[in-house]
Design a protein around this ligand. Sequence first.
Ligand code: SAM
Length: 244
Amino acid sequence: MHPWLSAPRCFVAETPLRPGVLLLSKPEGRHLSRVRRIGIDSKVSVLNGCGEVGLAKVVSVDRDRVEVEISERLSLPEPQPRLTLLIGALKQSAWDELLKHAVELGVNRIVRIQSDHAVSEVSGDKLEKKAQRWGECMTEACKQSGNPWWPSLEFAESVEQAGESVKGGSCQFFAGLKQGAKPLSAYLTGEREDEICLWVGPEGDFSDQEYSIIEAGGAQQISLGPRILRAETAALALLARLRL
Ligand code: SAM
């Protein structure tokens, strides 16, 4: 971890980060003053989710409002390979857990797929509201873990649509329960990939037709061992294996 990231962290939607004084109101100011209990002259690191980190000093604290002055900035490189998770829509509690931990592990892109057997069905206005809450949840996870890269969260109405969003020639795997699947290590040759796409089914699994689409797109099946894992466990195990 970069040493600047060990200071209390806050998040601003500003690109590029500019040197100078920055006013943080709720919820960032509140978090710093009430949870992290920072005071005047405390060091704070400012993340913008686009890889930039600002080293700042607190110049004023007024209940939920905190002013910090950014003195230095740096840009951290995006972790390699880029990791894209294409996953069936999970029920609320599982989805929240998945999001938090996937961001901690450094996922770059998540595609939530309204697949055939998905238990959770969120669309229209409800999806817009949820997307906002999920965005906040990802910001929290970036802040908590010192991840300077905010992943993108996208929505696909079908496996087909999700597949269309994968760049041609990308390295793709799907976690599957069919006989004969090999572990991920059988495919990792040590060659550096720019991007790895990981398909994971929802609680009710992908349908046969969806698996045919995924395979036709060039994804190879991998096994995660002899036990049936929850979808979120499967996704997080894969991200951890590839990122850590
Ligand atoms: N409903 C299915 C059943 O009971 O057989 C289980 C689906 S599982 C909860 C959800 C997803 O996790 C699967 O679609 C698959 O992508 C992944 N998964 C779980 N365990 C796995 C394993 N041992 N190997 C590969 N993938 C696994």
